[in-house]
Each structure stands twice: as C-alpha cells, then as structure tokens.
Design a protein around this ligand. Sequence first.
Ligand code: NDP
Length: 458
Amino acid sequence: MLDTVSAGTPADIERAVAAAGRAFPLWRQVSAVERAHLLHGAAARMREHFDELARLLTLEEGKPLPENEEELDWSLNTLDYYAELGRHTRGRVLPSPAPGQLSLVLKEPYGVVGCIVPWNYPILLLIWKLAPALAAGNTVVIKPPSLTPLTILWLVEVAFSDFPPGVVNVVTGRGSEVGDALVTHPDVPVIAFTGSTAVGLHISRSTAGQMKKLHLELGGKDPFVIADDAPLDEALEAAVAYAALINAGQVCTSTERVYVPRAMYARFSEALAERVGRLRLGPGLEPTTDMGPMIGDSGRDLVAEHVADAVARGARVLAGGRRPPHLERGFFYEPTVLVDVDHSMRIMREETFGPTIPLMPYDTFDEAIGLANDTEYGLGACLYTHDARKVRRFYEEVRAGTIWINDPLTDNYAGPFGGMKMSGMGRELGEEGLEEFWQTKHVHWDIEGGSKNFWYPY
Ligand code: NDP
C-alpha cells in the first residue's frame, strides 16, 4: 500500500454540495474569459509539476511511466482545449416569428455537477468532466476512486488552487457510501460518471424519479477486425502492442476480441503468441517495463476465471494464461493469447478488463461485422484494412461510439467519445462534451408588446 486517505461520510458530501451550491451563483457570473484563464492556469501547473505527477500516478495506478505521461499530456491539453471552447458559442439568435420580436437560445449551466471516476485513468477521466463542466459555468463535487485518490487530491489542491472557494470540491470515500450520497443528493442535478455498467445501472435506478441528467461512460467489449488485405505485422502490432495490452488491458476501450480471416488465422496466432511472449513485465517505474501489474486481486481473479471458462469450453492458450512465477509482488498476469474461442465463452461476451487476446477466425466480412455487433456493449470498435469499401461498411454498420481504422485507441480532444447500447449515454470531449453541461433555454421576447388578435375574446 502506498498511502491511506480519510474515508469520507455522507455528511461530508452534504458539506461539499452546500459549498458548491453557494459558489455557483458567483461562478456562473464569472466571465468566460476569466474562466478560460483559470483553466489554462490549472494546465500550466500540471505542466510545471509534470514529472512529479507522472511518478505519483505510476506508483498508485501501476501502468508504465510512459503511459502515465501520455495520460497527463492528454489531460492538460484537454484543459487548454475547453478553456478556449468555453469562450465561444453561447446560444444563438433565431429568426423572429413576427416583426418586433426576438428569439434567443441561451445555454446555461446546471449548478452542481457530481463527478465520479474509476482508477484506471483517474486524471484523464476526471479532466474530461471537470474541464467542460467548469468552462460551462458549473461547480463540481468530485468523488475519487478509492484505489487511486492521490493524484486527484494533488490536482485539486495544487492545480486548481486559484479557483474561487467552493467551485472545485472533493470528498474521498467508498463509492457505496459517499458515491451513493453524491449521486442521490437532491441539489446535484448532473452526475458525470465513468465506471462499470453495473454501477452505472445502479445509479440510473437509485436516481429514478429525481429527473437528474445522467452522463454515463460505462464498460465495453471492443472488437478488433483484421481484414484480409491487412499487412500482418502492422495489424499484429496494433492489436497487441497497443489496443489489447495497454495498461494491462485495463482500458474501457481495450480490444477484448480479435477476428482474423481464416486463411491468416494460424500464421497470425503464432506470430502474435511469439510477440506477446517477448513483452517484459515489471513495475511501472522500471524503464524496461512494457506491461505493468493489474490494479488488484479481484480484477486478476476475473481474468483467470475467463481464461479457465474458455479453456473448459475448448479454447487453447498459445501464450501466457497464468501469473508470472518470477513476479511474486504486484498483481501481475501474463499477457495471454487464446485461440479456438467462440461466443459461448465468457471471454467473448463479458468485459474481462485484463491482458487477454482471444482470437477467432471468420470467413466473410459480413460474418466479421455480425460478430463485432454480437455484444450488449457498444463503446469502441477497431478495423485494420486499406480497403475503403470495408472501412465504409464498418463505420456504417458497427454499433459503437468510436470507430478506429488502423490506429486503435487514439482520441482527439475535438472528437466526441462515449458509448452506445450498454456502454452508456452522453459524450465526452469535443463540442458535445461541453453541451452536456449546459441546459438550453428559449427566450421569446416581443419588444414592443401590445395586444394580439388571437387573444380572448375569440
Ligand atoms: P466501478 O464502477 O466499480 O467504480 C467506478 C467509480 O464509481 C469509483 O469511483 C467507485 O468508487 C464509484 N462507485 C462505486 N459504487 C458506487 C455507487 N453505488 N454510487 C456511486 N459511485 C460508486 O468501476 P471500476 O473502478 O471497477 O472501473 C472499471 C470499469 O470502468 C470498467 O467497467 C471500465 O470499462 C469502466 N470504464 C469506462 C470508461 C468509459 O469511458 N466508458 C473509461 C474507463 C473505465 P470506489 O472506488 O470507492 O468503489
């Protein structure tokens, strides 16, 4: 264990929501330029302390240092992005229905936004909420993940220290206690949540009847389709080195299922197993580490269960499939390649959230699209091909919030991110990510006034 933090209580949530509520009327009046200034300032502080913060994130989350540097880079650039975007569009003026009338569409902040994020990308996922919520004029209460609260506490204390009191609040503690209290609080009209589909569903149920705006970024079971024209080496590196194994597979948009043309299947599987076998496991701060440990025992047990279930139903393990015997400390699990899998297996249906690559052969591109869509999730989907007709079919027919062609898991500050089906609702990043934190008001104004011929009496 690295450190301990206080376990907050619902009474702390009460105080934090009250502080955020008091700060809101003033914060919403702060000019958009001044808000932008403060957001740029938070990004600048993160840049100043970049190395210290990347190290802390590595110690508490476990993924290799370069992946945490990437997380921070993305986060501070997102702050800069929303600092600028928030200064722009603010509603519109509509053509008036009659002379002398004005119709205004206004964008207004909601008030207090509750932000809840998981441990796998705590800073990035928080900033994806915080930056647009604040830029839109809301105040926030954050509930950090219990497993990785330290970088978030640092962020609030150091990076956001110039913000007026009460605008950014944080309460540590258990999701089932303080998370629940935040989500169901009557003075918190918006919940911006990233986490599992199970907790997302719990939040929808526990807030039913409160008319809250729920912004839910949930789990996934992302497919990766290799087309028959794909250069084997490139596709293999994309699927292995990045999409399936980054952060030991603990990414919501990790590739969790790979579909390979039958004619390439044996060659691809063997080459992949060989490549995976060369990856170096170790602590995140070691410069030679390719893949770090998992976050904890329960996640690692789930991976082992999915592998065991697949093997019991006829799958074969070509690489990995166990805890590395030479690494006793840390929750390591070997990167694992499985073949002869099918959709009856848990590893092809449920989110595994670990370093596994199950490979399944297909005969036609139609079949590959059908397999990609055969899931209750719809977060992301990847395709490797240089055939434009296949690209078009894939992005038109696959039901997922993000489609990646030849460059898996690359986001864009301006590109909306979020899920379809059981992967959630709402979008982060881009203009859509800002819109989530505004409500729309229409003002109809007859400037001259005077009686109308359609009023009583008829
Ligand atoms: P959880 O859903 O268990 O936890 C996420 C957050 O919710 C944590 O801060 C947790 O607090 C809190 N929480 C738990 N119970 C409640 C509750 N009853 N009310 C309010 N908040 C609660 O997810 P994991 O931490 O296990 O994260 C992994 C999951 O997140 C995966 O399913 C992954 O796919 C998904 N995810 C989705 C992303 C997306 O953008 N779609 C991105 C990243 C991850 P505590 O830590 O105290 O339990």
